[in-house]
Write a new protein. Sequence first.
Length: 135
Amino acid sequence: MNSYRLLEYDAQKPEINLAPFVDTIMILLIFFVVTANLYIVSGVDVSKPKAMNAASVGHKALLIGITREGTIHVYGRQVTLDRLQTIVSQEAAKMPDLSVVIIADQDAAVGRAVQVMDKCLLAGVTKVSIAADKE
C-alpha cells in the first residue's frame, strides 16, 4: 500500500504560478512607457532655443546634436566633422529624400552649427534645419 501512495504523489505535476510574472512585466512596461518620454532625442543633453514659429518635422530625419562645448553627436556617439560628413553621405545614399535636423544647445557657438550645416550640404543633403522648442 505504501508503494501506491508513492506513485500517486509522483503523478502530480507542479504548476507554475504566472500571476507574479505578469505583475512584474506590467510594472516594467509602465516604467518604460513613462521614461520613454524623458529620453534625450539626439542622444545628448541639450537645451534647445525657443522660437515662436517652431514646427515639427513630419517624417524621419537624421538628428545631429551639438553640445554647449561644441561636440557633435550622431546616434548618441561623439563624432568629428569629417566623420559626420561620411555618416550623412551614407544615410543620404540610403534615403535620397533625407532631412537633417541639428539639435544645438542654445549656448553652443553659432560657428559650430554652421560647420555642421556645411558638412551636411557637402554630403548631398539639401533639407537641413535647426531644432527649437515652441514658445
